[in-house]
Design a protein around this ligand. Structure first.
Ligand SMILES: Cc1cc2nc3c(=O)[nH]c(=O)nc-3n(C[C@H](O)[C@H](O)[C@H](O)COP(=O)(O)OP(=O)(O)OC[C@H]3O[C@@H](n4cnc5c(N)ncnc54)[C@H](O)[C@@H]3O)c2cc1C
Length: 333
């Protein structure tokens, strides 16, 4: 049985792996079979991760973070967790290959997925004009004409933020009214650089190597027209990847995994969560990495207390005998 299993391979999981490996916990990282490296694998230049004044390519950054974790003893497996059993002191995760791994503690860092429009060109031009993150990519669109798709608070926030860089920001929305809160709407309406395109759906994204425009379909008349653009920000929502633990861990009203205050402790002792899967607000590589650090330190502390009592095996339930059933929480009181 392992001491620690880490699920995920984005900045949160791999930073947790660096800390856990350096603490001699020999963590097993379940990285995913096809999406190893997380969201930064889908982007080109990352200009806001500390330590890279000349910027770094997303995949290169993730490769380096993984190398750092492996150098200290983390073991990375390219497979998907298909189910978990966190019911007892021994945590089990089952992989797509059929293998099951057991550990005394688990860090859950499966990230979140930006909702996609689901049209051709969206994936192909990702990082080449199509983006889901104004904070990450707004800087690349100085004096450009761009559009934001969406009608909620985050779309208004992204559009307003993007006017710091772009010369013109269209907000493309399927309906003739917004879902966004009144204050966010008013701020967007008052901004001279923002123009609303109502009753319109993006049905195609134009461009070979970079976005040159979109095809809009009028949701009332069905008429189609082209809108020339140099960038398209998709702001139609974000779903934390929690399907494995919906019935296992407590979630917040936003759908992220609930954690106790500033810690990474979930509602189940011995299960910690980190990164975008617990974060409805910031969702940046560096905040995910920091969150991974917190999770590794929490897990380390949990395991230290547990090791003093003797690690659980699949046949016993020693944790149940400990005060508060959570040795970390108990030791902090
Ligand atoms: C296009 C794009 C550009 C971005 N640019 C920037 C930027 O410039 N700067 C910045 O700071 N942030 C940027 N971000 C945001 C940043 O990528 C995320 O905030 C960060 O990656 C979150 O890290 P994470 O580790 O929580 O999750 P993720 O990076 O999403 O990683 C989660 C990992 O968990 C794995 N996983 C999920 N389910 C399972 C399972 N069942 N079994 C095994 N593995 C599983 C996934 O495959 C993935 O590898 C960008 C995001 C996108 C989409």
């Amino acid at each position: 049985m392992r001491q620690l299993i880490i699920i995920g391979s984005g900045p949160a999981a791999l930073t947790a792996a660096i800390y856990a490996a350096r603490a001699n916990l020999a963590p097993l990282v379940i990285a995913s079979s096809v999406e190893a490296g997380g969201e930064l694998m889908n982007t080109t230049e990352v200009e806001n991760f500390p330590g890279f004044p000349e910027a770094v390519q997303g995949p290169e950054l993730m490769t380096k973070i993984q190398e750092q974790a492996e150098k200290f003893g983390a073991e990375v497996v390219y497979d998907d967790v298909v189910s978990v059993d966190f019911g007892g002191p021994v945590k089990s995760v089952k992989l797509g290959s059929g293998t099951t791994h057991d550990a005394a503690a688990v860090i859950f860092a499966t990230g979140s997925a930006y909702r996609k429009i689901g049209i051709e060109g969206e994936e192909r031009l990702s990082g080449r004009g199509v983006s889901w993150c104004a904070t990450c990519d707004g800087f690349f669109f100085r004096e450009r004409t761009i559009a934001v798709v969406g009608g909620g608070d985050s779309a208004m926030e992204e559009a307003t933020f993007l006017t710091r860089f772009a010369s013109k920001v269209y907000v493309i929305h399927r309906r003739d009214e917004l879902r966004a809160s009144k204050i966010m709407q008013e701020r967007a309406f008052a901004n001279e650089k923002i123009e609303f395109v109502w009753n319109s759906a993006v049905v195609d994204i134009l461009g070979t190597d970079a976005v040159t425009g979109v095809v809009l379909e009028d949701t009332v008349t069905g008429e189609r027209r082209e809108l020339p653009l140099e960038g398209l920000f998709v702001a139609i929502g974000n779903d934390p990847r929690t399907h494995l633990v919906h019935d296992v861990l407590d979630l917040t009203p936003e759908g992220t995994i609930w954690v106790d205050g500033r810690s990474s402790r979930t509602s189940v002792p011995g299960v910690f969560a980190a990164g975008d899967v617990i974060d409805p607000t910031y969702r940046q590589a560096v905040t995910a990495a920091a969150s991974g650090t917190v999770a590794a330190l929490d897990a380390e502390h949990f395991l230290a207390v547990l090791n003093e009592a003797g690690l659980p095996t699949p046949d016993d339930d020693q944790i149940a005998g400990l005060p508060d059933a959570d040795p970390v929480a108990a030791s902090r009181h």
